[in-house]
Structure formats: structure tokens, C-alpha cells
Design a protein around this ligand. Structure first.
Ligand code: LHQ
Length: 247
């Protein structure tokens, strides 16, 4: 399933209406067993410029940005990470603020060579959100995380790849073909085991080695009971391509 952020004239900056549509899309991705991978991209020349800065009433005495995170952004990020299916970002252009951190929330990030990542928050006196303060240091290390967050500069797709924020940089003209090919490959894979891989890898940074070994044991026990495991081994022994059902 492809989810295209579609407000190209404003670089796909988030407005409230989009969050309703994202909730519907996530419910579909979660509920439909035929959907075995999710691809997120942006329409036009940008991926996503984060929150639409014109949407908030700056004179509202009750302005509560935390409330917006609690209601809209945080549940979306949590659902993406918890989705037991692979999520790919195809970053087709600039990804700024919440848009940059939405990309980093995805399991695999492909970026067009001309794309860029901007932790734009401190330019408007905010702090990185949508998980940015959690995964920037984990992916890129504390110095680079601090530099990106404090200076709010543009990080090129190539630097982002070098820093571990991006799986692969792709020539602009090839981005969507590569992203669809990757999504098709993953959608034909052992979806149940992919879900377990996500669970184990995302748990790892908060676990001790002992806890992680226990988690691997539990995950392996579960995937070992799945028909996809039998199919994988049978296909190997019969020297053919496996046909995974995923569920
Ligand atoms: C925009 C935006 C935008 C509105 C481009 N809003 N119009 C915050 C608050 C609340 C709760 C939740 O969390 C957050 C998280 C956040 O995301 S805060 C960070 C918000 N994002 C930004 O600060 C980025 C602002 N945008 C930019 O710095 C630039 O637009 C970038 C560097 C992304 C792209 O620059 P250019 O390629 O030069 O494009 P542009 O600036 O000309 O933008 C094109 C149009 O899109 C333009 O509209 P116009 O009508 O003049 O053509 C921009 O005003 C509009 N746009 N981002 N976030």
C-alpha cells in the first residue's frame, strides 16, 4: 500500500485534516492482511515540511503544542513503529521538522539524491518531536544529533546515508521504481517474521543483552511455529524460491 502525502503546494506540510486521513490509512494497513508492506512518500518536489506553521492561531492564549502531539502525531508514530509489517519511506525531496522525523520513524528509508533532512525545530524555537530526540542519537550518534537539532541545518541525502539515517540514496529518476521494487520484495516476504524482527530490533536499545536473548528466544519460538518457516526451509532444500503467505 502506498501512502502519498498530498499537499504539494506547501511541501506536504501537515494540517489537521491530513491526520484524519492518516488515521484511516493506518487502520487499513493494520486491518487488511493482504497489505504486507507500507510505502510512504510525498507528492511534488517535497517529502513533508512538518507541521503547517500557518495553521495554529498564535494569539490563542490556550495554545498547546503538546496537545497536538498527543492527539495526532504521537499516535501516528507509535502505530508506524508497531505495525507488524515493513514500512518504507521514499523521501523524494526536502523532509523538515516533523516530516524529517516521520521519515526516520519508518523501518527503511530510501532517499532521492536531491532530498534533504532538516531538524527545523530550533529555527522557530521548538524542540525536535515525532521521536526525533529518540532516534537521532541512536541512529547518528549524540554529536551529530546535537548538531542537527541545535543548528537546524540542511543535511544532504548523502550525508544522511553516511550518518546512518538512510538505508540507501537513489538517483532522483529511479527513486519510485526502486521504492516500489523494495515494497514488492518485502510484501512477498515472511510478513509474520518481519513483524517479529521489527519488535526485536526496536526493543534492543532499551534491553540488556540478557533481556534481548530472552526476547529472541520468544520470537524464534513463535516464528518457528509459522507455516512460512516450514515453507522457507522446504524451498531451501528443494532449491526453489519460497512462497510465503505472511499470515
Ligand atoms: C510551509 C511550510 C510549513 C506552512 C513550507 N508550514 N507552509 C510543530 C508544532 C506543533 C505541533 C507539532 O509539531 C510541530 C513540528 C514541526 O514540524 S515544527 C517544524 C515545521 N517546519 C518547518 O519549520 C519548516 C518550514 N519550511 C521551511 O523551512 C522551508 O519551506 C523548507 C526548507 C522546508 C523548503 O524551502 P524551499 O524549498 O525554499 O520552499 P519554500 O520555503 O518556498 O516552500 C514552498 C511553499 O511551502 C511556501 O509557500 P508559498 O505559498 O510561499 O509558495 C512555503 O511557505 C510553504 N511551506 N513549509 N511548515
Amino acid at each position: 500500500m502506498t501512502l502519498t502525502l498530498n499537499r504539494p503546494e506547501k511541501l506536504n506540510a501537515f494540517v489537521t485534516e491530513m491526520h484524519g486521513l492518516l488515521r484511516e490509512a493506518m487502520a487499513q494497513a493494520e486491518g487488511d492482511a493482504a497489505i504486507r508492506a507500507l510505502l510512504i512518500t510525498g507528492a511534488g518536489r517535497g517529502f513533508c515540511a512538518g507541521q503547517d506553521l500557518a495553521e495554529r492561531d498564535m494569539n490563542d492564549p490556550n495554545l498547546d503544542l503538546g496537545g497536538g502531539l498527543e492527539k495526532n502525531y504521537n499516535p501516528f508514530i507509535r502505530r508506524l513503529r508497531a505495525l507488524p509489517k515493513p514500512v518504507i519511506a521514499a523521501v523524494n525531496g526536502v523532509a523538515a521538522g516533523a516530516g524529517a522525523n516521520l521519515a526516520l520513524a519508518c523501518d527503511l528509508v530510501l532517499a532521492a539524491r536531491s532530498a534533504s533532512f532538516i531538524q527545523a525545530f530550533s529555527k522557530i524555537a521548538l524542540v525536535p518531536d515525532c521521536g526525533g530526540t529518540w532516534w537521532l542519537p541512536r541512529l547518528a550518534g549524540l554529536q551529530r544529533a546535537m548538531g542537527m537539532a541545535l543548528l537546524a541545518g540542511k543535511v544532504s541525502a548523502e550525508d544522511a546515508e553516511r550518518w546512518g539515517l538512510v538505508w540507501k540514496v537513489v538517483d532522483d529518476a529511479k527513486l519510485m521504481d526502486e521504492a516500489h521494487a523494495l515494497a514488492r520484495t518485502l510484501a512477498a516476504g515472511p510478513t509474520h517474521s518481519y513483524g517479529m524482527i521489527k519488535k526485536a530490533l526496536y526493543a534492543s536499545s532499551d534491553n540488556t543483552l540478557d533481556e534481548q536473548l530472552d526476547l529472541e528466544r520468544d520470537c524464534q519460538r513463535e516464528v518457528g511455529r509459522h507455516t512460512d518457516y516450514r515453507e522457507g526451509v522446504a524451498a531451501f532444500l528443494e532449491k526453489r524460491k519460497p512462497k510465503f503467505t505472511g499470515h
